[in-house]
Design a protein around this ligand. Structure first.
Ligand code: 6CS
Length: 313
């Protein structure tokens, strides 16, 4: 039989590399086949999620940036400055966190989804037409965000005019000046050629792009114990692989951008420049609790405890 797996990116981008490894593991260890549907073949992220919930697809990669309406607690990833910028700590957090590996599973299960893995795709950079050194510089900037209410709050708190859009409208929106800014990991800015329609890349250290891979729960529950183990092992092998694969990726991508567009301005904000953005994060965290209540607070507290455990070692 053939298992269908949709991703939100191209096959050579991070989600595609993860999916390819997953497919290889499944096919090397069973008679099942995995068919990967890259971004664009089945619609936007919202469409592939619907198809997965309906059981048309068996697997889907959907980032929490698009999961806000379905699972409000998944918006926690958009509380700015929650995740560490240190890659080793970050990876260790995703590997060991109870919030990620246990608590979120229950929340996804309520929506008919078996959460297999969450993993980071790289530090998020802001791309704009004008330099950004402070929230004031984002004033009047229509800044595209994924369709996620808390991300809208975050960019409002950062001083911008947030504009939620699906991925398919971002390049054209920047080209026609409907939007002037957006955020994404450096490797994605490079592979999608977003740098062609942007002039400045800014690192404020406020977020790492998190994504989530899941299965249709009814499908998963119907698998034999052996096949469940096969799926879990493949998800874990792909997780280890993708963290390793991403070592050095951001630097390579930034070098490639500079080579393709020498006029690009790259700014890494200083601690002083980050301070007002960090101050804005408190407002966003309060908004998150307001939106998600006790269950959101429980996830946030657990994540903080998990993060502390990681920093302690
Ligand atoms: O910004 C977005 O919408 C897209 N960014 C990434 C890194 N992956 C997929 C997502 O659709």
């Amino acid at each position: 039989d053939t298992w269908k797996y949709a991703i939100e990116e191209a096959i050579n981008e991070v989600q595609g590399v993860y999916a390819t490894k997953f497919k290889e593991e499944i096919e090397a260890n069973s008679d099942h086949e995995v068919q990967i549907f890259p971004y664009g073949t089945l619609g936007e992220s919202a469409d592939t999620m619907e198809q997965t919930q309906a059981g048309i697809l068996q697997f889907v990669d959907q980032s929490p940036g698009f999961t806000g309406a379905l699972i409000p607690e998944a918006q926690v990833f958009f509380v700015p400055y929650l995740l560490p910028t240190d890659t080793e700590k970050l990876n260790e957090f995703f590997r060991t966190s109870k919030a990620i590996n246990e608590d979120f599973m229950g929340l996804y299960a309520e929506q008919g989804l078996e959460l297999l893995k969450m993993f980071p795709e790289g530090e998020v950079a802001m791309t704009t037409k004008e330099p950004v050194h402070s929230p004031e510089d984002l004033n009047e900037v229509k800044f595209r965000v994924m369709t996620n209410p808390l991300l809208v709050e975050a960019y409002q708190a950062f001083g911008a005019t947030p504009t939620p859009l699906p991925w398919g409208e971002v390049y054209g929106g920047l080209q026609t000046n409907i939007i002037q800014g957006q955020e994404n990991p450096t490797s994605f800015i490079e592979s999608t050629k977003l740098y062609e329609v942007t002039d400045v890349i800014t690192y404020a250290g406020h977020s790492n792009f998190t994504t989530a891979v899941m299965a249709n729960k009814e499908f998963y529950d119907g698998l034999s114990d052996g096949d469940k183990e096969l799926v879990q092992n493949a998800a874990t092998a792909a997780f280890d692989y993708i963290l390793d694969y991403q070592k050095g990726l951001e630097k390579e991508a930034l070098d490639a951008i500079k080579e393709a567009k020498p006029s690009i301005e790259v700014n890494v904000l200083t601690e002083e420049e980050r301070a007002p953005f960090k101050a804005a994060a408190a407002k966003v965290e309060a908004k998150f609790i307001e939106m998600t209540g006790d269950s959101g607070k429980a996830i946030l507290d657990q994540m903080k405890a998990d993060l502390e455990a990681v920093s302690a070692d």
